[in-house]
Each structure stands twice: as C-alpha cells, then as structure tokens.
Design a protein around this ligand. Sequence first.
Ligand code: SF4
Length: 708
Amino acid sequence: APLASPPSVKTTCPYCGVGCGVKATPDGRGGALIEGDHDHPANLGRLCSKGAALGETLGLGTRLLHPMVRGADGALARATWDEALDRIASDLRDIIDRHGPQAVAFYLSGQLLTEDYYAANKLAKGFLGTANVDTNSRLCMSSSVAGHKRGFGSDTVPGSYEDLDRADLIILTGSNTAWCHPVLFRRMEQARKARGTKLVVIDPRRTDTGAEADLFLPLAHGTDALLFSGLLVHLAQSPAFDAAYVEAHTTGFAEALEAARAVAPDAETTARACGLAVKDVERFFALFTETARTVTCYSQGVNQSAVGTDKVNAILNCHLATGRIGREGMGPFSLTGQPNAMGGREVGGLANQLAAHMGFSPAEVDRVRRFWGAPHMAEHEGHKAVDMFAAIGRGEIKALWVMGTNPAVSLPQADAVRTALEGLELFVLSENVVANDTAACRPHVMLPAAAWGEKDGTVTNSERRISRQRPFLPRPAEVRPDWWALKGVAERLGFGAAFQWRGPADIFREHAALSGFENGGTRDFDISAFGGLSETAYEDIAPVQWPVPAGRVEGTARLFAEGGYFTPDRRARFVAPRPVAAAESTPPFPFLLNTGRIRDQWHTMTRTGLAPRLGAHIPAPFVAVHPDDAAPLGLATGMLAEVTSAHGRAVLEVVVDAGQRQGTLFAPIHWSHANSSDGRVGALVHAVTDPVSGQPDAKATPAALAPY
Ligand code: SF4
C-alpha cells in the first residue's frame, strides 16, 4: 500500500518582520520540506532566499541539547534541569537579598515567541521587582515605537501590507527593502507592474533597492528629518494639505510648521542641508504632493540613529498634514526588523513598558499589579539595552538572563559588552546553539531552549498581524521552551501560584485577558476577544491583525482614518523635530561607518550560516568604499583593510562600490568571532543613542580605514 504523506504544518518564518507564512512537511528524519503558505496574507505563498532555505538549517549538529552549569572548578558541566533551575533561583534570591531587585536584568529577543516574552516580563516586573528587561528590539525599532507614541499616543502601525499593493507612490527611506524585507519588495514590484506605482528611495547608499527607484535620493547621513521637514513646509502651501483633517484630528501643526520652516524653508535650502540636488528634492516634493495614495516605509536607516525618533515624527507629520493615514493605499509604515519585535512589545518587552502596551504611570502599574496579584511590582522604568550593559560593566547589575540573542556580537561596543558579561555574578544564557560569541563569555548556566520547528506560540509581524508559530519537529528530550524554564524559576522562588500554565495557550489567554482588563477602549493594544479561547481554537488561530476587542471576530486592517488616536484628547500630535545637521566624522576617524544586513544572512548567522547556498551569495565579511576614497589608500576590491574606531577594530575584505556615498563605509553585521577571525563590526560601533528612544546609532560611527 502507498505510504501516507506526512501532514504539513502551517507556521511562520523565524527571520524578518515580514512574518511570512510557511508550510512545513516533516520528512521523518529530522528535516522538513519548506514551502510558502499561499493562505497567509503576509506573503501569499512567496518566500525569499532565506525562507526558502530553511529546510537546510534543520538538524541537531550545532544544538545545545542539555543544561550546563558552571561548577566550583570553573568548568561548565552537564546538569539536570532541576540542578540548573535550582542554581538560577538560589543565585537570584541571594543577589536580590544582597543588592536589591535592580541588580537583576533580562535581555530578550525579537526572536522569542510572545508567550516566552510574556513569561519573562511577568516574572521580572511583577515578581522580582525589576524593570531591567530590555530586548534586542531596542536596536531594531524603538525609535519607531517612540515616534508612534509621541505622534499617535500609542505604539501603532496604522496600515496593512495591502496598502503597498494599492499605493501609487511608495517611499522607502532608510530601508534596503529588496534585501531586508524581500517579500514585501516583491509586492511593491508587483504593484509597479500592475498599477504603475512610483518608487522613491531615500538612502545614503545606492543599494539594490535604490537601483530600482524612479527617484533615488542619496541624502547625507542623519538628514531624513530635514528632508521631511522641507516636505512639510511644501505640503502646507499645496493642495495636498488637508486642513479639515488637521483641524479635526490633530494638534501642534502650527508649532511643527514653524520649526520646519526654521530649518528647511524651501527645496533649495533643504537640498543643500541634505546633500541632494535641488531638482531631485523638487521632484520628490511634487510626487508626494500629487499622489494621494502614498505609503512611506521606513526601517533601520531611520531608527538606528541618534535622532531616530525625530526622523519618525518628521515622516508622520507629512502624513498627518495630508490626512493620508489609515486609508487604503496610504500611510506611514514602519518595517519591523525582527519576526516578533511587535509581539514582544505587546507584552511589555521594553524596559519602559508594562504588558499590553501599558507604561509606568501609577494607575497602570497598579492595574497590572492587581491583574497579576504581583507581590513585587516594578514601579519605574528600567535600563534600556545600551544603558543596561553599561550598568553591568559598572557592576551595578549582578545577574543577567539572556534569551535567544547574541549581544556579544550585536550590541554597540561589543568588546566592552564581552568584558561586562564576563564580570557577572550570575549569567544565564538560554540558547539553541552550543557555541557563539555570547556563549564564550563564561555563562554560569546554559539552558537548551526550543528552536524554530519545535517552538509553539504566537508572533506578530510588521502589520500588527498575530500568527501562530507551530511545532513540526519532535523536541529533543532535554530541550524546553523558555516560558517553561521561567515558570520553573518562579516556582522555586515561591511564586508558583501565579505561573500555573500548562502550555502556551494558557499564557496567550492570560495575555489577551490583561489587554482587556479595565481597558474601556483606551488602549490601542486590545486582543480581549481571545481571552477565552479553547485549546483547539488557540491551535487554529488564523493570522489576524490587532486590535481584536471582545465581541469581535475580525481583526483591524487600518486605524486613524477618522482620527481616534490614543492620546487623552484622541488627537494626533505634530512633533517639531530638533534642529539637526548631517552626521560628521571626527579626526582621527575620517569616515562614517554604516552597518546593516545582507540579503542571504540573518543576524549572527547561527541558523542561516548552516545553509551552504546562503553563504554563496556573499561568503566573507566586507567593507564597501567609494572609489574616490579607495584610490588614495591604494585599496582595490578583494584586498583586506583594517577598519578602526574609538572602540575596536575589524579586518574586512574591500568592495569598491560607486553606490557608496563618499566619506562613508558600509559593513554587514552578521560575522562574529565564532564564524570569522576579525569580521565582527559590532566592536566598532559607538554607543551613541537617541535620547528619546534609547536606540543606538549604528549608521554613523566615526571610523578610519587602512590597507591590512
Ligand atoms: Fe519572509 Fe522575511 Fe522570512 Fe524572507 S526572511 S521568507 S521575507 S519572513
């Protein structure tokens, strides 16, 4: 008789914030056939090179498969889960007794599932009494979060991917979408074919995305807010200005316009300040003015900046002034970097947040305290990521639990981060892999966390769409989900009654119930419709965009077309950006170093590095240099160069690239000591942060370049 086909499982891709649906068919030998899910609204069956190669990354060869605990002899040794969790609980109790709860921190990841994130936040903020819980999402999009909160009163992306299909003009600023959100770029290309959608790309670097543009604006680093301020001035005197919307649904327009006029009164001044041709700026202004259906997408080039929040608000200002928000084919659109950066924030994954998008006002602290029955509720914001690691370096934070991320590679001043990690009294690392740069920083306990294919829970993508991530592979015998380990520690500390979850469905129901608890429709994040889901209904949740308040079945595709912002007066705020000039290099570092992703790798390559065909695209770490900068240094493509900054060094292969703005360098973020000798560029990046969001500026570190 023919063998029955193994059942396919619908899940989501573990990489970028597009959140593509994936159909996985296990082969019974630990692998699986991976296909795009045609029913998932984010990708409609498409996958990019990384998603399509997921099947090649499965296997246990590099996995951490049992707990490890460092003994009195200083060596890590295999341990049972009881031994590992006992050690964590007793060391946490001891450190809190001696130094108080602020000596404890958690560093989480946009790779975690929402349920894992919820458990970590509940334990830390409600039961240990520390808000020192931050995440690598701080490095990814916290400037967009802060900009949305200033403008809308809430951390809300107003639109949907469908708007990209229906726009007549798409503006991409600070985003190499073709490489970093490839499936969305395919949607944009399709819109261009189907309806003639125009594409404007704003980026100091001519990338594959810029090469496709109808208009490419290679602006000087850090001047996006100036460009959009100039646009606001232009719009205010154009037919595109929507006086009725501004009057009915916003405040602060006059002040924002005055501030914009002071720095960017006309196209000529704006062009000069941004290092652009006047005719190009005029064309950009004209395109925006003439095209009602305009979507402005922004990503790390906007967010990873010392003025990132101002850049976001300068963009939002232009959409508010034209009323082009939350309507079909219109709106500002933050392209999230990570697969669950948004889900993490929904449960309070940032140090300045509580769960369900609540903050640290006394009323919100009290509401969460009562909901959780929390004995030690954190009452003040904790350290944001860069500050958190500085506090570890100063010895103020003694205990750190890192989950699903590799900060010894990815944080700014990565060498200082390594030193800080090695000085901790308790360093717990929940990991999929045995070896990476963070695992080399002498953790006291390593916990084998469930990996993609084994994990079970939910994620939220860039368009607010919650999707299930489902297991399709057997979980190795001693591997556990992160929420289970957190619950185990909570039980050992005497908090078991509040952590009686049998599985992720229990956590999701609790999270959903909290989102509706004493809500009264005042919070943007509301999924209380899911508070009473059965196990089967949780298993079957179809991808849905929040908010989904109680009594609703359908999600919400768009918000704010008719106002209804989440500020006290329900009006959006125009925000006047601070005056700013282009970023500048400083002697003895004559270049500005920009960092970013390449097409076929993800983060620190612990998964994508396993697929040979992904490595074939760009096999080695490199630095891109403008020809006029390379020639005087005697550098040519293929040579090695040493890049130095005030914080570290890296040795990289030179790529001479005319698309690079003169005076700037670009290097990818993916390589580490674990996969190259000297290609770890996080060591070079300065720890300058945006004062509002705390997001580090990874795009303009003063650096020097020399032949190696
Ligand atoms: Fe989709 Fe992003 Fe995964 Fe590519 S990496 S398949 S675009 S979610």
